[in-house]
Design a protein. Structure first.
Length: 49
């Protein structure tokens, strides 16, 4: 799983060959959140936490 960003104890990762819609996983010490990337149609949306 490639980490694309590390910031303040969080890792933003993208899994290769993952399902649509386009999204990123943000992993921290307390858990994981998934954000849908709606670009360019709209803002990033929290899908699950």
């Amino acid at each position: 799983m490639p980490t694309v960003l590390r910031l303040d104890g969080l890792r933003v990762v993208i899994y290769p060959n993952d399902h649509r819609p386009a999204h990123v996983h943000v992993i921290g010490a307390d858990g994981e959140a998934v954000f849908n990337l709606n670009c360019p149609e709209g803002p990033v949306v929290l899908r699950e936490a």
